[in-house]
Ligand binder design. Structure first.
Ligand SMILES: NC(=O)c1ccc[n+]([C@@H]2O[C@H](COP(=O)([O-])OP(=O)(O)OC[C@H]3O[C@@H](n4cnc5c(N)ncnc54)[C@H](O)[C@@H]3O)[C@@H](O)[C@H]2O)c1
Ligand SMILES: [Fe+2]
Length: 372
């Protein structure tokens, strides 16, 4: 089976990496971000590096960006004809910027546009992926667009931009990184290149996320988890993800749970599901994940159990509940949409590389488990 691994974005790291923007002179630059970034001064920090450029800011991105925002953003920039788009913010802003750029490129095909991604959360890895996750609020659908056109040219990882992320968002997004690394590692498309990145990402985030939980101002820990997020993004961009993400998108589109949180809740349940069929490859890979977590691993199913327990322990320690009931989700809304959620999870692009194929009845049982 042919597998692929390639790296496009140039990745710049360090707390002075925004200075890279100073090389752009007299350009038309569009910034795509959300209202928090604009009001918190974060957008100003970027704009200050673009003193000779003409800058136009679109700051209307909302969490879980919708198709409407792409059209709105592209319309906003059409006559400005940006030469550079800067995607600034969490995964929502990055994905919105990617979608806006592709929509805009259709409107002004003769304008070449450079895409620079500056993540301000450590989670989505969107700065190095060909994915943009888009929502359709009317239908309650949330699905990943996948295209090389969505891959940024440059990623700037400045961990000082992440210091202000509130604790709960840091934990949710950090658990998203763990989910990316583990799903990429057990994916049917995993390869030596994605494995190397997933293993390192897993080790970094397991060590440093608890440090951030205790002290969000620890710059070294922020840097490590920011890098881990990017590495896990590279890993899954090559290997794909799995059923955790497929089901998280389907549930998240209807219930509007933060992406990392619903992943963290589903991860132990789906590891148990994947390992239950005694698939040697998946079990061996989960055993390695347990070893990376420094667990005193015995072989096979016992190590999988240890891994599951460790993820549950992390969730519990850092305040992520284990069920939709405990989260206070709208279970009536879930019941009303249950069939379409199951179908959306099965159809989701991420589900296709899960190590165990799931039937509709099995996804239904997993939903019963996560309801609690
Ligand atoms: N494209 C991909 O490859 C990919 C992968 C995983 C997830 N996603 C998507 O990314 C989205 C989630 O992204 P996210 O988890 O980064 O959350 P987010 O972008 O929705 O941001 C969460 C909140 O954190 C705030 N925030 C962001 N940076 C901050 C900072 N530095 N200080 C203080 N507050 C800050 C935002 O304003 C927002 O209110 C989801 O839509 C998910 O589906 C995409
Ligand atoms: Fe994710």
């Amino acid at each position: 089976m042919t597998k692929q691994f390639y790296v496009k974005p140039k990745v710049y790291t360090g707390t002075d990496s925004l200075s890279l923007l100073e090389q752009y002179h007299n350009k038309r630059v569009g910034i795509v971000t959300d209202s928090f970034m604009a009001s918190s001064g974060m957008t100003d920090r970027v704009q200050q590096r673009l003193s000779s450029c003409s800058v136009k800011i679109f700051s209307d991105v909302k969490p879980d960006p919708s198709v409407d925002i792409l059209v709105q953003g592209a319309g906003y920039f059409q006559s400005f004809r940006p030469e550079v788009i800067i995607a600034l913010g969490g995964g929502s802003s990055l994905d919105a910027a990617k979608g806006i750029l592709v929509t805009l490129q259709d409107l002004i095909p003769d304008q070449k546009i450079l895409l620079i991604a500056i993540p301000t959360t450590s989670g989505s890895g969107s700065e190095v992926t060909s994915y943009a996750v888009i929502s359709e609020p009317e239908s309650g659908r949330k699905y990943p667009l996948v295209s090389d056109q969505l891959l940024p040219d440059i990623a700037i990882l400045d961990a000082s931009l992440v210091l202000s992320v509130p604790r709960s968002v840091s934990i949710d997004t950090g658990m998203d990184v763990i989910t990316h690394a583990i799903e990429a590692y057990v994916s049917t498309n995993a390869n030596d290149f994605s494995d190397a990145l997933a293993e390192k990402a897993l080790s970094l985030v397991h060590t440093y996320l608890p440090v951030i939980y205790r002290d969000g101002n620890n710059l070294q820990a922020r840097e490590k988890v920011h890098n881990a997020s990017c590495m896990a993004g590279m890993a899954f961009n090559s290997a794909g993800l799995g059923l955790v993400h497929g089901l998280a998108h389907a549930l998240g589109g209807v219930l509007h749970i933060p992406h990392g949180k619903i992943n963290a809740m589903l991860l132990p349940i789906i590891i148990e599901f994947n390992a239950a069929q005694q698939q040697k490859t998946a079990i061996d890979r989960y055993v390695t994940c347990a070893q990376i977590f420094g667990l005193n691993s015995h072989s096979g199913p016992y190590a999988v159990k240890q891994l599951v327990n460790e993820i549950r322990r992390m969730n519990q320690t850092m305040g992520i509940v284990h069920s939709l009931k405990a989260l206070g989700s709208d279970l009536q809304l879930l019941a009303k949409n249950r069939d379409s959620i199951i179908q959306a999870a099965l159809d989701d692009g991420c589900t296709q590389t899960n190590p165990r194929k799931a039937s509709a009845a099995e996804v239904d049982r997993l939903i019963t488990k996560i309801i609690g």
